[in-house]
Design a protein around this ligand. Sequence first.
Ligand code: MRU
Length: 332
Amino acid sequence: MKAKTEKGVQDVKAVWFEDGRVVMIDQRKLPGRLEFVSFDNYPDVAESIRNMTTRGAPSIGATAAYGMCLAALNGDDLDRAAKDIKAARPTAYDLFYAVDYMVRALGENTDPVEAADSYAQIIIDKCLAIGRYGEPLIKDGAKVMTHCNAGALATVDVGTALAPIRAAHDKGKNIFVYVSETRPRLQGMQLTSWELLQEGIDHAIMPDGASGHFLREGVDLIILGADRIAANGDFANKIGTFEKAVLAKELGVPFYVAAPISTFDFNTPRGEDIKIEYRSEEEMTQISGVRIAPEGARALNPSFDMTPAGYVTGFITEKGILAPNEIRRVLG
Ligand code: MRU
């Protein structure tokens, strides 16, 4: 992705490996500051996933792969490292997929850096394919709605939901993107909008509660990402996704989920079996460390929700656009 840095506009990735360290954009500092942090041991990498320095399922997966790479380079117990890294967050399937990928690769004596670098590159290549398959869905003049961040920050580079949007923009299509703010961590407002600005893609941030209003006014399609897709096509994504899906069906707006195969969990038969992460009450009751809720008020903070497959028009994957009932046959 292009980003304005101290050295001018540069190509940057969300996470990579350099000089024995895992380097990543500190996503908690965006959009105010583009800062990089680096780690030389796997417990710190696991913590960077837990505390959301890095976010988005495929980026979490790549970060986990680099964590396993550090564990191997440092001579740590790999079973322990795999367990600790998998415990960082519960919902994004890429985390588990990536750790298992690295356990296999390291078991075959693949060089740890080569294995993790190739994992990250595979994700980028899949995102490029998602962009190619999804781009024709976006016509010239289209209005597209998205939620949370499913851009380059969330996927090492390129993005899943943002890949078709970038590809349509690169083809010279005139498009407009509705970006929902994504309370409480504001991934839409702070990350997706930042990415679209870097690329010069026309968009506006809207309150999460404005989806119905704008969908009725005329949105051509919704494209968003996923954190885990069950074998039957039910999927978990950022809280607020389900209501967008229901509204889209009610109003006849096509609803697409863009995700690589690493997000499909064929061991989980149905969406009800996906573990939904609950995060702290403070994420809801405070803004920048200042309490905004009444003292004594409790808050509930599910980070994700589950949308049944019946609401999905299609999954945009690196193997093409698939209906929910095709995913097991094509990807499984
Ligand atoms: O809690 P986060 O910021 O890790 O959640 C991110 C999302 O829910 C994304 O929409 C999802 O991971 C898809 S990313 C390509």
